[in-house]
Write a protein that binds this ligand. Structure first.
Ligand SMILES: Nc1ncnc2c1ncn2[C@@H]1O[C@H](COP(=O)(O)OP(=O)(O)O)[C@@H](O)[C@H]1O
Ligand SMILES: O=C(OP(=O)(O)O)[C@H](O)COP(=O)(O)O
Length: 641
């Protein structure tokens, strides 16, 4: 995940505003009937309390339409939270204004305050900036731990991040990691189970998952529409006849992508939509037209269980039938048992699906139970969640331009000045690497501006009889910040082997320079599937003896040799996979925290046309060659990453 999390914030003595999702079911007496979402937030709250923060919780309950309505007060939730935390939880009768301000003033580090329902103010759902600023004025820092509401661009989810340093809570980070993996790097065979009432509720998810899965199992009311699209007569079943064409398109897409799409072969048919309705199991091919389908049948349950047996990753969202009625919950329970029994990485989201798992006591057998229904659906659709996108990035992206052996002094200064003016305002870090002859002039021309500069290489000794060489000490003397080490051209044309690279790394750190270490495989190694082994060896050799503190300022550039100067860039997915491999290797060499902080770039035939492809999770910027010699092209790249 590329967003800051709690560990990146210094919370001691700070007032931390935490957005949680406590939109929990209650019975008519106000008793909370399922506190899963509250329990899921405890890790974040306890971390903040242990680190001496004053914790201010804000949440919504229901949809009171901007009106104060006692039915949706969070007071009972605050009481229940006190029991879960086994400590007092103060409660403010409003989320902004004098009452909230007084409560916050009284709040001490190590204590918790719950604010009243945000949605008593219509400005919350309107993402009103004045309202967001009033919320933000209560605190020093903001943490979003409400995954279930992060698909909403509301003031407490998105707006408030414009006024406070922000980070993800542990629950949000865990949700994004698991649900995100299913979308970005699924394990195969990858099987998805989609159920629920209507296909119209989950079109986006089905379309996106059809790009990723090996098998898709469909149940619930939405299966009826697919069966009708195949020509089956569905009697009084819930069928969305206006979605028949769509269902046919999805069936065709699955076939074209060779995705095994399974539909029920038998159904539990009921005379009426009622818990005590008379019902019977019938084959899909011959359904009683006076009846309606309210669950998948036993043969279908067996078919789906078999399809799940060898899965390595399973995503399940939506029940297989009218789960809330005992007579029609068996299909959902059978799927729940199969998912729990599977050795796959299993991710379950959606109120009814999660309820089935909880009812059967199978929660511990599921890898990740999502606390978000709509949020997990939208994430599975591949949508950006506003509540996540709004958070501060853990690593500022870098766009670096390696000018190689081009530009005399005047040209170099002109190019650098043009880049300064053209990249003004970009959030990304911009760095240029001029030739040595122009480095000092460029440094003088842009020093103090937002564009950084560095050297394209260095010798590993600080001084001595090394004709033609330039030392780290000399580079530091003109206040350069970065130095490229191990660029493929140094390795292939000038004999920089792993020993030389390792000595240059030491020289860089000895002189206070930030190394931009280039690693990458050649065409043959790639063809032989040796990329991972080659890069792991390069990293291990170059980083030997480097301390964690030194590693924190390291930048690694993945530059596949076959893509340098060839005009043939790696695909964004290939680059993402290798950058992930590099980060995993950094975690093994140092720690997860260092691996999160190190920036990992892609380089190799990046240009203004393809740069945006590399603006994806896990890639923290680009190292640009030829395209960096033109200010406009390079600035376009700096804006598109
Ligand atoms: N065959 C069916 N006919 C009508 N409704 C169904 C059928 N199967 C499931 N449903 C309904 O689907 C609803 C749950 O769908 P959904 O909200 O998508 O699931 P989740 O809450 O797990 O996200 C339940 O209210 C259930 O009654
Ligand atoms: O319960 C929630 O969504 P969900 O029912 O999709 O899980 C979240 O708290 C968001 O609530 P909202 O759908 O009223 O914005």
């Amino acid at each position: 995940m590329d967003k800051k999390n709690l560990c990146d914030l210094d919370v001691a003595g700070q007032k931390v505003l935490v957005r949680v999702d406590y939109n929990v079911p209650m019975d008519e007496t106000g008793k909370i009937t399922d506190d899963t979402r509250m329990r899921a937030s405890l890790e974040t709250i306890k971390y903040l309390l242990e680190h001496k923060a004053a914790v201010i919780l804000m949440a919504h309950l229901g949809r009171p339409k901007g009106q104060v309505n006692i039915k949706y007060s969070l007071a009972p939730v605050a009481k229940h939270l006190a029991k879960l935390l086994n400590m007092p939880v103060a409660f403010a009768g409003d989320c902004i204004g004098e009452e909230a301000e007084k409560a916050v003033q009284k709040l001490k580090p190590g204590k918790v305050l719950m604010l009243e329902n945000l949605r008593f103010h219509k400005e919350e759902e309107k993402n009103d900036m004045d309202f967001a600023e009033k919320l933000a004025s209560l605190a020093d820092l903001y943490v979003n731990d409400g995954f279930g509401v992060s698909h909403r661009a509301h003031a407490s989810v998105e707006g408030v991040t414009h006024f406070l340093p922000s980070a993800a809570g542990f629950l949000l980070e865990k949700e994004i990691r698991f649900v995100g993996q299913a979308v970005e790097n699924p394990l195969h065979p990858f099987v998805a189970i989609i159920g629920g009432a209507k296909v119209s509720d989950k079109i986006g998810v089905i379309e996106n998952l059809l790009e990723k899965v090996d098998a898709l199992l469909i149940g619930g009311g939405m299966a009826n529409t697919f069966l009708a699209a195949q020509g089956h007569k569905m009697g009084k079943s819930l069928v969305e006849y206006d979605k028949i064409t769509l269902a046919k398109e999805l069936l065709a897409k699955a076939k074209a992508r060779k995705v095994k799409l399974l539909l029920p072969v038998d159904l539990v048919m009921a005379e009426t939509f009622a818990a005590d309705a008379s019902h019977k199991v019938e084959k899909v091919a011959k359904l009683d037209q006076k009846y309606m389908a309210l669950d998948i049948g036993p043969a279908t349950s067996t078919l789906y269980q078999d399809a799940l047996q060898d899965a390595k990753m399973i995503v399940w969202n939506g029940p297989m039938g009218v789960f809330e009625m005992d007579a029609f919950c068996k299909g959902t329970e059978a799927v729940a048992q199969a998912v729990a029994k599977s050795r796959a990485m299993s991710i379950v989201g959606g109120g009814d699906s999660v309820a089935a798992i909880e009812k059967l006591g199978l929660a511990k057998k599921i890898t990740h139970i999502s606390t978000g229904g709509g949020a997990s659906l939208e994430y599975l659709e591949g949508k950006v969640l506003p509540g996540v996108a709004a958070l501060d990035d853990v690593r500022r992206k870098i766009v670096a331009g390696n000018w190689k052996m081009h530009k005399n002094v005047d040209e170099a200064v002109e190019l650098a000045e043009d880049i300064v003016s053209d990249t003004n305002g970009t959030l990304n870090e911009v760095v240029v690497f001029p030739p040595f002859t122009a480095l000092e002039s460029v440094a003088e021309a842009i020093d103090g501006k937002h564009v950084g500069y560095g050297a394209q290489d260095l010798h590993w000794e600080d001084e001595g009889a090394y004709t033609g060489a330039v030392s780290g000490k000399m580079i530091a003397d003109i206040c350069a910040e970065y130095v490229l080490i191990g660029h493929s051209e140094r390795r292939t044309m000038f004999g920089d082997n792993e020993v030389a690279v390792a000595k240059k790394m030491r020289a860089a750190y000895r002189n206070g320079l930030k190394p931009m270490l280039c690693v990458g495989e050649n065409a043959q190694e790639r063809a032989e599937g040796k990329t991972s082994r080659k890069i792991s060896m390069q990293l291990k050799s170059a980083l030997k003896g480097i301390t964690p503190d030194e590693a924190e300022v390291l930048v690694v550039a993945y530059e596949p040799l076959w893509a340098i100067g060839s005009g043939q860039a790696a695909t964004a997915k290939d680059a993402q996979e290798v950058c992930l491999l590099i980060r995993n290797k950094l975690e093994k060499l140092f720690s997860a925290d260092i691996a999160r902080k190190v920036r990992v770039l892609y380089g190799g035939s990046v240009n203004a046309k393809n740069a945006a492809d590399f603006a994806i999770s896990g890639i923290d910027g680009v190292l640009v060659g030829g395209a960096s010699l033109d200010a406009q092209a390079f600035s376009a790249i700096a804006r598109s990453i």
